[in-house]
Write a protein that binds this ligand. Sequence first.
Ligand SMILES: [Zn+2]
Ligand SMILES: [Zn+2]
Length: 425
Amino acid sequence: ASPSSSDADAISRFQEYLRIDTAQPAPDYAAAVAFLREQAAAAGLEARTLELVAGKPLLLLRWPGRRPSLPSILLNSHTDVVPSEPHKWDHLPFSAALDEASGRIYARGSQDMKCVGMQYLEAIRRLRSAGFVPDRNIYITFVPDEEIGGHQGAELFVSSKEFKEMNVGLVLDEGLASPQEEYRVFYAERSPWWLTIKAKGAPGHGAKLYDGSAMENLMKSMEAIRRFRTSQFDLVKSGEKAEGDVVSVNFAYLKAGTPTPTGFVMNLQPSEAEVGLDIRIPPSAHVEALERRLVEEWAPSSRNLTFEFKQKMSVLDNFGKPAITPADSTNPWWLLLEEAVKSAGGKPGKPEIFPASTDARYFRKIGLPAFGFSPMANTPILLHDHNEFLHKDEYLKGIGIYESIIRTLATHKDGAKDDESRAEL
Ligand SMILES: [Zn+2]
Ligand SMILES: [Zn+2]
């Protein structure tokens, strides 16, 4: 096949994966795994489906290395995607429509992160047909449930016997699109806290001004939360701090009022009100201070408020230190990754803290180095947004970047005596 026809085939395969509806809360994991197993077979990979939790398959692929005792490389991606509001998109989120005029492929998951999973497989196909054989074992995992916290996905997997037998030395997981020409690389991430704050208060006539209503109790909290949010956002706006270095707080939902079949009662002040918060905490944050702020300022029981965590992840690893992967010359894997991106013609950016959260935290927690990287340059950041898209040429370029990365990381640098750090890998 000519290079252009194989590119067209690669695009079609990407579209096929994108068309599988794996949106939470009811992802079609069976269809995704069936499709990916076919792709793995075509790439000549060994495949196992681990059902660590019934109905939540985790696909584990292996490209055996010449020297399987060396630490292996794990290329991870998640198969689930976040929900969407289909009617608000220009192209339906699971149509994977290729807009011929612009070259954009529109789909939920086109950036987050079905692109990366398929690019791993396409890169391996190409390396194989070029006759490349890895020194190390290369593992590729497709994990469930990342978008709801990964507890029955990556978190379970890292403590499985299958994982321990893999002798993983380095993990690659997702990053973010970059509107500039530099590819973004992430060495740590913020930890998510998802919590609800509930207010109770005296009900009463809608015409009456009085203290201690549920709405008033909750609004005072929301004002305090907003002041804090503004203080953090200002640090980003002024350029003093990066997005991943501040605490973000956003309101996810509001729930209050007395519903009727035709709307809400207007002249009744409700006895309960509730808000949902998405908070992200950088590895360096003073967590105790934030917890105190929550108890004393945002949800004080004195104002009839209670809070409940739906998700509370720690910023620390198993040794009590911030879970970060060194991204400098002390880490030979970092040097190899940078070199591989450059030699494929890409520009790696300055390493950053991922502002959202990924499964990489579970690998970092147990002390493994993990980098977040999704090769999408010159692309607006649209994950979790309407009209998420990836340009087909960026997708194809990304395959080339992974060819270089996999080739470089898979190759054991024998006799690199001039470079002590490398000899350790
Ligand atoms: Zn993701
Ligand atoms: Zn996501």
